[in-house]
Design a protein around this ligand. Structure first.
Ligand SMILES: [Fe+2]
Ligand SMILES: [Fe+2]
Length: 166
């Protein structure tokens, strides 16, 4: 997709990276990537679990906070408050599954899980993937084109600079 604002290009890239990770998560949790639950000692599992945990706790968290703090209020001011409310609500429902999922991932990497917890983690992960995947696609289709018109060059530079600097 072609955006003139670097803030939008960055968000679009992050959505694409997220969708890729979610596709991988779906393969892992449905057993299409070598069986689920993973065998004890499977070297691919901890690497994947750490990547998913970091995505939830660092990348997705930071991305959501940026949208909520710096973008949704601008949408509201521009008269697109309904979309801002909807996207904000989706963040809430995504966090509601992300939190227990992160807890189980951390436990899986630490002391390990009981059989029913592996099942619970699968259910949460697939729900997380569905909610976040459709959210990212909705933002690509509705939020980013709107923002591209909304942000002027100076605001874009300022927002992007602050976001990229972390
Ligand atoms: Fe979002
Ligand atoms: Fe987003």
């Amino acid at each position: 997709m072609d955006f003139q604002r670097q803030t939008n290009r960055r968000l679009y890239e992050e959505h694409a990276a997220t969708l890729q990770l979610l596709a991988r998560a779906e393969r892992v949790f449905t057993g299409r990537a070598g069986g689920y639950p993973p065998m004890t000692g499977d070297p691919a599992w901890p690497a994947f679990a750490r990547a998913l945990l970091t995505a939830i706790e660092v990348e997705v968290a930071r991305h959501f906070e940026f949208e909520e703090r710096d973008l949704f209020p601008r949408l509201e001011q521009a008269g697109d408050g309904d979309l801002a409310v909807l996207l904000n609500e989706e963040h809430v429902t995504i966090r509601a599954v992300a939190r227990p999922l992160a807890g189980l991932l951390r436990q899986a990497l630490g002391e390990g899980l009981q059989p029913q917890q592996w099942q619970a983690m699968k259910t949460l992960a697939l729900e997380f993937s569905e909610r976040l995947g459709s959210h990212a696609q909705k933002e690509d289709g509705a939020l980013l084109p709107l923002l591209d018109n909304l942000l002027d060059e100076d605001t874009d530079r300022e927002l992007f600079g602050a976001y990229a600097a972390g």
